[in-house]
Design a protein around this ligand. Sequence first.
Ligand code: FES
Length: 104
Amino acid sequence: MPDIALINVARLADDAPTRIELPGLPPLVVVRHGTLFHVFDDRCTHDEASLADGSVEGEELFCPRHRGAFALADGRPTRPPCFVPLRRHAARVIDGVLYLDWAG
Ligand code: FES
């Protein structure tokens, strides 16, 4: 199920995590960070908080519940109590729309 349209990138404010829910997919969080777009599972690996309610500081995505954090670049945990990587999804922009390359 490759190339699923997620959102028009004009709707994404810089560094504002945005939750996207589509049928057949887990909840996702999208982050626009400058010219880059990152897509992760929207479930903190520590205690399942929604990262869409968190914040971006520098190159990290912070969880709102216990302030653990993950690297935007690859989802690796950067601050405790997060120790398990966040699942990152491949995505690309085509004609102003962010598409998810869904691997299942
Ligand atoms: S639920 Fe995210 S740091 Fe605890």
